[in-house]
Write a protein that binds this ligand. Structure first.
Ligand SMILES: *Cc1c(COP(=O)(O)O)cnc(C)c1O
Length: 228
């Protein structure tokens, strides 16, 4: 199993293409984010050389270190839980944040961005299964929450929704969940037409996620290899 990043990228790209074809969607609609948490700078540089330009990180400090060491035109996505004492690192280094899940974090991030003189692309993390252990905004609160963000936090450019699937769920349960997200996204779009993005797919389910409307795929180990 030593295909390397280039071989895996080819395989994933052709699966994305096939899923887009099946879903009758143009593949330009799909943004592939290589999840590089706990991967080395060398791995990121190798993927970058193959044309990957979007990388996802979960830890603010690690993001800051990689930001300084990697090519300047990389688009960094912060996809992990946001701690309030880390918002300024995220404001400084990320271009996208996928995991806005409470107003306090939105406010602090907005303030930190104000000091940076910067705006960030933001997704609201949804807890569609209402799992107590998982962070995210409950589906019935999503429209209110997004309206709050738009009204009060202008440095967050609201782009849509993010969801973290339960990796232990059955395939059928995952598809049910994805369909719920798709419905929720539709109702959000009818109020806020600029919220076009849906960050749904991960390594194990990205093809299904394309069929249910995902525009951003977060793919880690199946592209970059095992995390150390
Ligand atoms: C780690 C992570 C991923 C990628 O997981 P893989 O199994 O390596 O593809 C995607 N999304 C989030 C939020 C993550 O934390």
């Amino acid at each position: 199993m030593h295909k390397g990043i280039a071989g895996r990228l080819l395989e994933i790209s052709s699966k994305i293409e096939a899923a887009c074809h099946l879903a009758q969607r143009p593949d330009e609609e799909i943004k592939l984010v290589a999840v590089s948490k706990l991967q080395s700078i060398d791995v990121i540089n190798e993927a970058y050389a193959l044309g990957i330009n979007n990388f996802g990180e979960n830890y603010a400090q690690e993001l800051a270190e990689k930001f300084s060491a990697c090519p300047r035109d990389i688009i960094w996505h912060f996809i992990g839980p946001i701690q309030s004492n880390k918002v300024s690192l995220i404001a400084k280094h990320a271009n996208w944040v996928h995991s806005i899940d409470r107003e306090k974090i939105a406010r602090k991030l907005n303030d930190a961005l104000e000091s940076e003189g910067k705006k960030i692309h933001a997704l609201v993390q949804v807890n569609i299964d209402k799992e107590e252990s998982k962070s995210g905004i409950l589906p019935e609160d999503v429209v209110d929450f997004t309206n709050q963000l738009i009204a009060h936090y202008p440095n967050l450019i609201l782009e849509g929704l993010m969801f973290m699937p339960n990796i232990n769920a059955s395939k059928k349960a995952k598809i049910d969940t994805m369909n719920k997200i798709k419905g929720l996204h539709k109702s959000l779009l009818s109020e806020l037409p600029s919220c076009t993005h849906l960050s749904l797919g991960t390594s194990s389910d990205f093809e299904e996620s394309i069929l249910t409307g995902s525009t951003i795929l977060r793919i880690g180990e199946s592209l970059l290899g095992k995390r150390s």
